[in-house]
Design a protein around this ligand. Structure first.
Ligand code: MLT
Length: 396
């Protein structure tokens, strides 16, 4: 018996687990202190009333013999028609037409971003931006793939563009980006799409933060770009859009035109999902279907507005302290340069001990993140205000 030794190449803990552990240790040692968490991007607003009503109705249906549901529909990899229709409607508003069998309902973007790698051979070269959501890197290390990095720096506005010298086969793009908050325009994404098409590569496009985009010209879906249906898979989630981190529901789009080595990736993914996955609960799916109704959309926009006001509070504090930052506008994350030349974990400890505020060290997202720090706008408004006041007092 042999283990997958690639696991031994991983850092000993997942970034957010390490942050959580350090926070728990500090709390245990200082029970009298009120620690404020602006670290993991976890939502704090309750579910929208339209979503709650839809879920309550679904619970009622599950309690009656006549309306009870077991496994979801086989035909669409367990996705219910009402949810698929509402997702198609949300894409139509972005001028993107999808068919129901191109949409795969999942329990969230993170799982699918990891699971999709089942479709690709081990000897593909993987291009990942640095800094980046650690899941892309860790899952490829587990799979034994070679990774090259596209540097996202202050100089390129944290939006790297393709380098023709790199012969990438799988390309990860996250826009609006976690952790930097930077978002690509459709014109910029077109350059990536052209690069992928030329190389016969596949783009894995993480659109989990799409609902935070407010500026015109920024892409809300990679399929707004011509040619993307031939080269891109898009991962979406209700977690950040509609507060589903504790409910679990997401969706992945695999267009029919996406064919590699003569095989339809849509067919391969359907085969993979029907073998290794049994779908998302009916109750979660019905809640998710309510998100894109007129009422649901209005209500989730109110919650997003609440987080955006938090982002503006944090941004103002950073401006008052004259600290360089990006994000916070089309994204729930603010990406700042640590003051006084501190490194990321040094700043983490300093902030935890002196302001009792927890953030996420930039170096946890890659080498280019060193000297940077991420704060999330997903917290409670009063706590965010208090955290800002504490940080300001420390550095003014
Ligand atoms: C984050 O803080 O980066 C996110 O919460 C991670 C995630 O969504 O898995």
């Amino acid at each position: 018996m042999k283990i997958n030794e690639r696991f031994l190449e991983l850092k000993d803990s997942y970034l957010f687990a390490k942050v959580g552990q350090k926070t728990a240790e500090y709390r245990a040692a200082h029970p009298e202190k009120k620690v404020i968490k602006l670290s993991i991007g976890d939502v704090t607003r309750p579910l929208a009333p339209a979503v709650v009503r839809a879920m309550q109705k679904a619970v009622g249906e599950m309690s009656q013999k006549e309306t009870f549901k077991g496994y979801g529909p086989d035909r669409y990899c367990y996705g219910y028609a009402s949810l698929l229709e509402s997702i198609k409607g949300s894409y139509r508003r972005k001028n993107v037409a999808l068919s129901s069998d191109e949409i795969f309902i999942s329990d969230g973007a993170k799982s699918d971003l990891g699971n999709i790698l089942d479709l690709f051979a081990q000897d593909n070269l993987v291009l990942v931006p640095d800094p980046v959501y650690p899941v892309y890197v860790d899952t490829n290390i587990m799979g034994g793939r070679r990774i090259v990095y596209a540097d996202a720096t202050e100089e390129n506005g944290f939006l790297p563009m393709p380098d023709e010298r790199i012969k990438a086969d799988l390309i990860y793009i996250c826009s609006p980006n976690n952790p930097t908050g930077a978002a690509y325009t459709c014109e910029q994404l077109k350059v990536w799409v052209d690069y992928a098409l030329k190389r016969n590569a596949v783009i894995l496009y993480d659109a989990a933060y799409e609902y935070f985009i407010e500026e015109d010209g920024l892409a809300r879906s990679i399929y707004e770009v011509e040619g993307a249906r031939e080269c891109a898979i898009e991962f979406c989630s209700f977690s950040k859009t509609a507060g589903f981190t504790g409910v679990r529901c997401g969706y992945t789009v695999v267009p029919k035109e996406l064919v590699r080595s003569g095989a339809s990736l849509n067919r391969l993914w359907a085969r993979r999902q029907s073998t290794k996955f049994n779908g998302v609960s009916y109750i979660s799916q019905m809640g998710a279907a309510a998100v894109f109704t007129e009422e649901g959309e209005r209500e989730i926009r109110e919650n997003i507005g609440y987080y955006k006001r938090n982002a503006e509070r944090i941004a103002k504090m950073l401006r008052d302290l004259n600290l360089f930052y990006t994000g916070g506008k089309n994204s729930p994350y603010l990406w700042l340069k640590c003051p006084k030349g501190m490194d990321s974990w040094g700043f983490f400890d300093y902030l935890l001990e002196n302001a009792n505020v927890v953030g996420t060290p930039g170096s946890g997202f890659g080498k280019n993140g060193d000297g940077f720090f991420r704060l999330t706008a997903f917290g409670d408004a009063d706590e965010t205000e208090e955290a800002c006041a504490r940080i300001k007092k420390l550095f003014i």
